[in-house]
Design a protein around this ligand. Structure first.
Ligand code: SAM
Length: 202
């Protein structure tokens, strides 16, 4: 699954470069809206470092700077083409690190994942969900204070749902995070996209 995802996103990166389209978003506006939801419940005072899991070309690093959140930032992506774009566009800031090697990742205060679980391609939904849960376990281990991720929602209009995308049941993921990772979990499903964000505070 990692390999098919890496191929898919490397193709996007080669085709559209360091743009919202290059990471499969419709617009920079929706990309930033998602970042806002991931950060919505974080506290500036306890966020000195972040891991961006599935960082693409590093747009979250730019967003953090724009909204005045100063912290060390490590971007990780399975697509080497994405990491090459991220390095090429962010090499000036010494607080930024980018890698495609999961073994070099260290724990940070928070780990964020935006859009990482959406495109399952031809994989069966139940197998993809297992893969998502394994990835959430990894994110949990990399997070000292909290983690947040987003996902397309099963509450999306049925006639708009696509076979190649994964739609998660918000209640299932809320329960999973609450029983495995921390008793302090928020489910945000109140913003104008067909998805939800889960924030886990540890
Ligand atoms: C929709 S894009 C979003 C990129 C970035 N988070 C943003 O919002 O601009 C999803 C990214 O996750 C990466 N990705 C997918 N599965 C991954 C995995 N298992 N581990 C690390 N990165 C992954 C893809 O290569 C792609 O760059």
């Amino acid at each position: 699954m990692r390999e098919t995802a890496a191929r898919y996103y490397s193709d996007r990166a080669r085709q559209f470069g360091a743009t919202a389209r290059g990471v499969d978003w419709n617009s920079e506006h929706s990309q930033a809206l998602r970042f806002g939801q991931l950060l919505r419940l974080t506290d500036e005072r306890d966020m000195t470092s972040v891991n961006d899991y599935g960082c693409g070309y590093g747009a979250l690093a730019d967003y953090l700077r724009q909204v005045g959140r100063r912290c060390r930032y490590t971007g990780f992506d399975i697509s080497e083409s994405m990491i090459a774009l991220a390095i090429a566009t962010h090499d000036a800031d010494p607080r930024h690190t980018f890698t495609s090697d999961p073994d070099t990742l260290a724990a940070a205060d928070y780990t964020f994942a935006s859009g990482v679980f959406n495109v399952k391609q031809d994989h069966p939904a139940d197998a993809w969900q297992d893969y998502v849960l394994a990835t959430l376990g990894t994110m949990d281990r990399l997070s000292e204070r909290g983690l947040a991720f987003n996902m397309l929602s099963t509450y999306s209009d049925p006639d708009k749902q696509r076979h190649d995308l994964f739609y998660g049941a918000p209640g299932f993921f809320f329960d999973y995070c609450k029983t495995r990772f921390s008793p302090h979990v928020a489910l945000l499903h109140d913003y104008p996209l067909y998805e939800f964000t889960i924030f886990v505070r540890k």
